[in-house]
Each structure stands twice: as C-alpha cells, then as structure tokens.
Design a binder for this molecule. Structure first.
Ligand SMILES: Cc1cc2nc3c(=O)[nH]c(=O)nc-3n(C[C@H](O)[C@H](O)[C@H](O)COP(=O)(O)OP(=O)(O)OC[C@H]3O[C@@H](n4cnc5c(N)ncnc54)[C@H](O)[C@@H]3O)c2cc1C
Length: 380
C-alpha cells in the first residue's frame, strides 16, 4: 500500500533504501558493539539529500517535505535504526529554527546541517524532568545583549557530536509556568558547555546520547528562537512534527521484522514442514502485517497532512504511540519465530528487539502520547 506516494517519492524511497543497504550494512555490528557514531555515513547521506530532507532548498535541504522525510526514515530504519537516526536526526532541533527562527537564523544554521558539515541537537529533557516539560529548570538570564545560561540537560541525541543545540530555558520566571520558557541556540563549543557521552544504551547504540551541563554559558540575545516566553508552546509544536519522523522509524523496523520472519518461516522446518505452514505461525505473521499496514496509514497520513498545511497533531500522536507498539510487538514476534536463533547476535532480530523499545520512550513516552490523545478527546 502506497498512500499518497508520488512517483518522485517512490524513487526517493528506493534511493534511501539502496543507500542504507550499501552504506549501513558493513558497519551495523561494529557500531552496535562499540557504540560508534557514524559521521562519514552522515556526510555521504547529506550528499544524497537525505539529511534535513524536509528543509526547503532555499535553506540547503532537499525540499522533500515531511512525507518525503518519513519515507527516507522508514527505509533507513529498515536497515539500522541507530545509524538511520544519525542521518535523519542530524538536524534535530532545526525544526524550531525553521518554524520560528528569523530569516537570518535560518540562513546561518540550516544549510551547514543539510550539507552534512554540522550537526544539531534539541536539548530539552533534564535530569529531573522529561515528560513534565513545564518542569524544566535550566535558566537563561538576560544581561545586556547576552543570555547567561545555567542548568543541565539529559539524554540529548547528538549531544557530544553536535555543533549547536536548541535548548529550552526559563527566561521569564515571573510569568506563569507555560509562559516562562524560551528556545535558545547554544553553540556546542561555547565556554561553560560540558558534554558527556552516555554509554550502555539498550539499543540504537550507534546514536550519540549525552548529558550536558551549562555553566555561565553566554550567548547573544540574537540566538533566541521565536518569541521570548513562548518556548513551551513552540516546543509542543516541534514535537508535533518530529513525532512523525519517530513513527516512521518504527514503521521501517517493523517492516524489516516481518520480511525477515516470513523468509525464515519458509526456510525453517519443524515436524517435517516449514514453520510458515502452521496456523500458529501464520497468526503471528498476519498480526504483524495488519499492524504494519495500519501504522503505515497513520504515518503517511499524518505526514501528508503537515505538508498540505492541515496538520492533525492528534493523528501524529496516534502514529507515534502505535509505532512504538507495533515495533515492539513485531520485534518480539520476529525473535520468537526465530526460536533460539532469535536470541543470538548472528541474527538481526535480537538487535531490532533492543532498538524497538526506545520508540515507546523518546519524543514523548507512550503514556505522554495517550495523554495528548486523551486531552483532545475531552475537547470534543
Ligand atoms: C536514547 C534517548 C535519546 C533521547 N534523545 C533526546 C533528545 O534528543 N532531546 C531531549 O530533550 N530528550 C531526549 N531524550 C529524553 C526522552 O525524551 C525522555 O527520556 C522521555 O521524554 C521521558 O522522560 P524521563 O526519562 O524524564 O521520564 P519521566 O518523565 O520521569 O517518566 C517516567 C515514567 O513515568 C511516566 N509518566 C510521567 N508523567 C506521567 C503522568 N502524568 N501520568 C502517567 N505516567 C506518567 C512516563 O510515561 C514514564 O513511563 C532521549 C532519551 C533517550 C533514552
């Protein structure tokens, strides 16, 4: 099923898949074992228009839209979700600059990221507050034409490899909580920024994740993105679109699980017949296929609506929620259908099982998505 995919998008999808097969495959195992980030692959991906593909060409992107970015993410995640994240999230945080930044900010910060020369990060989560976005404590105090920033950020994707980050800070502490935040661009090499790589992740181990401390970090006030005091709402809007990308990750991973499981069940025999001939096996494969079809509809539809200028953010939250469920479900069945072989690293499904879980945690936990959908239903 190819909802709304033009010939152009189908070609982009195929190109992304071929790129991932050729460029990711030789490195998957090593990157997983040694938690290795992949700058060369990111650079090559940028040359192929796969980094910041949703960014219009005026700012260096491929202008493929959110749906184009979703199909790229889907295909890269089929081969490896961690390395794929190094490509599609190399511009993480740029969504805010694109949505709310000045023309000068867009021209300064977006093109080098799309070219693969720079990497960005979105620094929101803190050690003591993740889901509770209004509970962040990082403070930016205005002194003349500078902000002086103090605070800590946690679990930041690209944290140690980024050139700059878009950080959520309290700038207006006297205002009500939701009107006290602002998004501010912080160069990663600014004096007072300390970055420590977090090791030992369960999955997506090639993705860089870091803990970041800001100690009297000075940035010009021109680094404010959007309106002072509106950062909370701007961040909510940011997640509304980035959730679609995360949903597409789960779609790609689930598709890989199904394809691999179907193949294995044709080849592997038990009691004198292929596993796939047994109804219990078929039930598992059929359930995976049904969920994947439903998920694809949610992902493509929520992406296409954003491109058409009629976003449905509740649908995007549904896509994100269902993506995590589907990926975890499919990876689990893929492991089970491989029997003991599913549990060893000779087969990819043990890694997919580990990678899948993050989809229920980052970019809003599955509970956070339920809260978003539930709140919307109360408005009806
Ligand atoms: C690999 C990785 C990469 C990440 N990348 C980034 C990044 O680039 N930038 C960034 O800012 N953050 C990033 N994060 C952080 C991630 O978004 C948070 O971990 C996530 O939002 C959850 O926040 P928390 O860990 O503080 O958990 P908490 O908010 O403490 O939640 C703990 C549990 O309580 C539940 N819970 C919370 N509130 C409620 C409630 N009201 N009702 C019911 N249940 C509730 C949650 O759903 C969860 O199950 C990343 C995390 C990981 C692991």
């Amino acid at each position: 099923m190819n909802i709304r995919l033009s010939e152009e998008l189908k070609m982009l999808k195929e190109m992304a898949y071929k790129f991932a097969v050729a460029e990711f495959t030789p490195h998957i195992r090593e990157c997983d074992e040694h938690e290795k980030y992949t700058p060369e692959i990111r650079k090559k991906a940028a040359q192929n228009g796969l980094v910041g593909a949703w960014i219009p060409d005026t700012y260096g992107g491929a202008g493929a839209g959110i749906l184009g970015n979703a199909v790229i993410t889907e295909e890269l995640s089929k081969i490896d979700m961690g390395i794929g994240l190094n490509v599609v999230a190399a511009c993480f945080g740029c969504e805010s600059i694109f949505q709310y930044g000045s023309e000068e900010q867009k021209k300064t910060w977006l093109p080098p990221v799309c070219a693969g020369d720079w990497v960005s990060a979105g620094a929101f989560t803190e050690p003591n507050a993740g889901t509770d976005v209004a509970g962040y404590k990082t403070r930016a105090v205005r002194q003349g034409d500078q902000y002086v920033i103090n605070g800590n950020k946690m679990f930041i994707t690209n944290g140690t490899v980024c050139n700059f980050m878009v950080a959520q800070c309290i700038t207006n502490p006297d205002q009500k909580k939701h009107n006290s935040f602002s998004l501010i661009i912080v160069p990663a090499d600014a004096p007072g920024v300390t970055r420590n790589k977090i090791r030992g992740k369960m999955g997506i181990r090639s993705s860089d994740t870091a803990e970041i401390a800001f100690e009297d970090v000075k940035v010009p006030v021109t680094n404010l993105v959007g309106k002072e005091g509106k950062g909370f709402y701007e961040l909510m809007h940011f997640f509304d679109t980035t959730r679609v990308m995360v949903s597409a990750q789960g779609l790609g991973l689930s598709e890989a699980c199904l394809e691999t499981a179907v193949k294995y069940c044709k080849e592997r025999t038990a009691f004198g017949a292929p596993l796939g001939s047994y109804q219990l096996t078929q039930k598992k494969l059929a359930e995976m296929a049904i969920m994947i079809e439903a998920l694809r509809g949610l992902v493509y539809q929520s992406a296409a609506l954003i491109d058409e200028g009629t976003p449905d953010y509740t649908l995007a939250a549904m896509a994100k929620f269902y993506s995590g469920q589907t990926a975890v479900f499919c990876a689990n069945y893929a492991v089970e259908l491989h029997g003991g072989y599913g549990y060893i690293d000779e087969y990819a499904c043990q890694k997919w099982y580990r990678d899948a879980k993050i989809l229920e945690l980052y970019e809003g936990t599955k509970e956070a998505e339920i809260m978003t959908i539930g709140r919307f239903l109360q408005t009806k």
